[in-house]
Design a protein around this ligand. Sequence first.
Ligand SMILES: [Fe+2]
Length: 205
Amino acid sequence: MIPSIKECYKLLEKQKVPSHIIRHSEKVALISSFLTCFLNLSGTKLDIKLVTAGALLHDIKKYESIIDRSINHAEEGYKFLLKLGLERVALVVRYHVVLPEKVFKSSEVFEEEVVFYADKRVKHEEVVSLEERFKDLRKRYGINENILKRLNKLEEVSFLVEEKLFSRLNFKPEVLLRFNSFKKEVKDALEEGLKNCPSCWRDLF
Ligand SMILES: [Fe+2]
């Protein structure tokens, strides 16, 4: 079962997710939906409903982890969604921070990769390059050698995923920066996006 966009917003509201986290998640969802639409045009069979729901819910437990640093928000989100019977979305949420090797090394593209990558391109609510996002992550979280090592590995994987996704697309990663001047209502755009039709995104080009 995959929740509708309306159900995702209800879940975010019920969990009292702060508005800045919702706005970040909306940006990640827009990018994920956009990428999925064009990846599917290139032949992948990604479930756009799953990608959109996974992106909207990926940080559903982020706030808890800000208050209590011992909480792993990806794992908490996974467990929470699993309890609701949302197994498939739960997995997208579980892997949005660290992607399993078997996923990014596979020649197949998975929904998890799209949300993982989109999240790495959104700093708060702003779409940025991978370089900029990791520069910021190092500044905010790189308090010791161990964490820095993990961030370097994560950056390496993010670039691999970028290469994998964009090798199937006929536009460059910089195109996503256009989402910084996206003027439409996000909910409407996400609903439109579920049609999985490239013309939904024509205003961006
Ligand atoms: Fe995020």
